[in-house]
Design a protein around this ligand. Structure first.
Ligand SMILES: [Zn+2]
Length: 170
């Protein structure tokens, strides 16, 4: 705490909203990720992970929010908008974000396994692509990383339970 520059108040406000959406995904049995898209201080779109319930591998929070923003703005380019998302985007979402021409992304916590905003690779700022996003990390980092790790901890516990059927296993 206190190592990085304190984020602007409105960033915290919108990230809190993204976290509320992530919790909603959690309640629906989905990986808890939430995303909002804002223009200045105005909410344009929001999304949370819906892959399981929609049988749609592309229904990540970021994609859901991007699709909604495109409809609201009646434009496939989202130049001046900012996304706040609770987890570092994967390759699919990072690709879609570059296509959208979104200006800036604010990310709560890193995803060392699949994050494409610098962890696994930095697709959002690849100089060979025709658009780069501004990236900011760390707004409500602890809250978001706690939510994700709790989810996977519970998931691992619930996977272990059925193994009791084969009771002789070590
Ligand atoms: Zn994704």
């Amino acid at each position: 705490m206190g190592i990085i520059t304190p984020p602007l108040k409105d960033h915290v406000f919108w990230m809190q909203h993204a976290l509320t959406l992530a919790k909603r995904a959690d309640q629906e049995g989905e990986v808890p990720v939430g995303a909002v898209i804002v223009e200045g201080d105005k909410l344009i779109a929001e999304g949370w992970n819906k892959t399981i319930q929609l049988n749609d591998p592309s229904a990540h929070a970021e994609i859901v929010a991007l699709r909604q923003a495109g409809q609201i703005k009646q434009n496939y380019r989202l130049n001046n908008l900012t996304m706040l998302v609770t987890l570092e985007p994967c390759a699919m979402c990072a690709g879609a974000l570059v296509h959208s021409r979104l200006k800036r992304i604010i990310i709560a916590t890193k995803d060392p396994r699949t994050g494409c905003a610098g962890s696994l690779m930095n697709l959002l700022q690849n100089e060979n692509l025709n658009h780069q996003l501004e990236i900011e990390f760390g707004v409500l980092q602890q809250e978001s990383s706690q939510l994700i790790s709790q989810f996977f901890k519970q998931k691992r516990m619930s996977i272990k339970k059925p193994q009791n059927y084969c009771s002789n296993e070590a």
